[in-house]
Write a protein of this length. Structure first.
Length: 115
């Protein structure tokens, strides 16, 4: 039972990147799925989340209008499309899957936005 993030990298300010979170050992559509990020020297913060079976999407104010979270149930994967990236978006991005029995974290994928 795990989630594995991928797709991070280096991008220029104003650019775009899509990070992925592949779930294995469980069905992601039955979990609340979230993206968090942690910048150097800062606490981990919630970026976006989608509830079980994709009923509700929520975004942090600092990414509204720029980031889009989505699910592909056939691939058991969730995505975070990040547009208009800013240097302050530089962080390690973590995927989280949660239900009443489990709380699963990935190892993170690093996103660096250069100015």
């Amino acid at each position: 039972v795990q989630v594995v993030e991928s797709g991070g990298g280096l991008v220029q300010s104003g650019g775009s990147l899509r990070v992925s979170c592949a779930a294995s050992g469980f069905t992601a559509s039955g979990y609340d799925m979230s993206w968090y990020r942690q910048a150097p020297g800062k606490e981990r913060e919630l970026v976006a989340s989608i509830t079980t079976f994709g009923s509700t999407l929520t975004y942090a104010d600092f990414v509204k209008g720029r980031f889009t979270m989505s699910r592909d149930n056939a691939k058991n994967t969730v995505y975070l499309q990040m547009n208009s990236l800013k240097p302050e978006d530089t962080a390690v991005y973590y995927c989280n899957a949660r239900n009443i029995w489990r709380n699963i974290w990935g190892q993170g994928t690093r996103v660096t936005v250069s100015s």
